[in-house]
Design a binder for this molecule. Structure first.
Ligand SMILES: Cc1cc2nc3c(=O)[nH]c(=O)nc-3n(C[C@H](O)[C@H](O)[C@H](O)COP(=O)(O)O)c2cc1C
Length: 369
């Protein structure tokens, strides 16, 4: 651990010019178990690859000769200003990537100006993170107890100042992640297939959503939506954010890619609630594609983990700065000076040209730079 801390501290002083350098630094700093835990997925890992294939399969239809001298890419979600339309999704056991764990992510989110969704499966716990870094933040809870237990946690999250509550609905049981199983690695959260703790997660239903909405005054995010039917159900129950996700391909294998599920969900929600999406988004241009397809914001989970591993919160801020530049440049070259001017007519589906993979957004990794 000491070596990891020293390596991360050295990297903190480094000025990363590209995301490639951040990924490379993460690779160097992380021991094999933690690297595999970060980049791996469920079963065949097809859903991980398909997320990336999906993002690559949407291409731009740029417009020319619009004034793009001023680009406006800031927005808000649940009343929290976002400097760019990006959220930092919940990452369990994030403390294995950087010793500050959830607090490190909180610091980066606050310094840069995006919204963090803190996992209940990481250290420090949600009350400590809130005390260390006050400010708007969403708390994502896995149900590890009965309704009384859940209610107590939601009340404590409200008390601690959380501005949103997130139910992750794609994890009613824990998947088989073979990279971890083969090496006998269990993340510090203790999550593994067959874990008895998941009994409560497995019993979660739409009644759970209705109960939270009726008994608590905190905006509710349902994460893990993939189809129009469930999106409509969320809207009927007045869920505040519909979050399209397949857990980064770490839960149900062979799901559709999230960007491909997005248009159907956006259509079903029909502007009544914000739609957030994650899964395979690693570049500013990727974010812009999702915005064209109607997302209000995009989650970048593995990028968050990679940046934390590369150099803690400082590296995460730098990664977000690079993403911001990429978003601004993509929008300018697309002929869009504001988020409002992005539209589905600016993208179309085609055949990807790069062999997709979890890190295929970084084609120079194998080259000698
Ligand atoms: C290492 C790791 C841990 C994760 N832990 C959680 C978690 O505790 N809760 C949750 O809702 N999602 C969790 N996720 C899923 C992310 O919140 C997000 O949905 C996913 O990373 C998005 O895909 P991407 O990594 O391709 O951006 C985790 C993802 C990773 C990579």
């Amino acid at each position: 651990m000491t070596e990891l801390i020293t390596a991360a501290t050295e990297q903190t002083l480094q000025e990363f010019r590209t995301l490639h350098e951040i990924v490379r630094a993460a690779q160097k700093n992380l021991e094999r178990n933690h690297w595999d835990y970060l980049i791996g997925g469920a079963d065949t890992e097809t859903a991980v690859v398909r997320n990336r294939a999906g993002v690559d399969s949407w291409v731009f239809r740029p417009r020319i000769l619009n004034d793009v001298s001023q680009i406006q890419a800031s927005t808000e979600l649940l009343g929290t200003p976002l400097r760019i339309p990006v959220v930092l999704p919940p990452i369990g056991s994030v403390q294995v990537f950087d010793p500050l764990g959830g607090t490190g992510v909180a610091r980066a989110a606050a310094e840069f100006g995006v919204l963090q969704i803190l996992s209940s499966s990481c250290l420090p716990d949600f009350e400590e993170v809130a005390a260390e870094v006050p400010g708007p933040r969403i708390y994502q809870l896995y149900l590890m107890g009965d309704q009384g237990w859940m209610d107590d946690n939601i009340s404590r999250a409200i008390e601690a100042g959380y501005t949103g509550f997130c139910l992750t609905a794609d994890t009613q049981t824990y998947s088989r992640r073979e990279r971890d199983l083969l090496k006998g690695f269990t993340p510090p959260s203790g999550r593994r297939p067959g874990n008895a703790d998941f009994a409560h997660q497995a019993r979660m239903t739409w009644d759970t959503v209705a109960h939270i909405k009726s008994d608590f005054d905190i905006p509710l995010v349902v994460k893990g939506v993939n189809v129009a039917e469930d999106a409509r159900r969320c809207v009927e129950l007045d869920v505040d954010v519909v979050y399209v996700s397949n857990h980064g391909g770490r839960q149900l294998d062979h799901t559709r890619s999230c960007i491909d599920a997005l248009p159907e969900v956006v259509n079903a929600v029909d502007g009544r609630k914000p739609v957030v999406v994650d899964g395979g988004f690693l570049r500013g241009a990727d974010v812009v594609k999702a915005l064209c397809l109607g997302a209000s914001a995009v989650g970048m989970g593995r990028l968050e983990g990679l940046a934390m591993a590369a150099g803690g919160s400082r590296a995460l801020v730098q990664a977000l700065e690079i993403i911001e530049r990429e978003i601004h440049i993509s929008m300018a070259l697309l002929g869009a000076d504001s988020l409002e001017s992005l539209s589905p007519s600016m993208v179309e589906k085609t055949t990807p040209v790069i062999a997709p993979g979890v890190l295929s957004a970084f084609q120079l990794l194998s080259e000698d730079y």
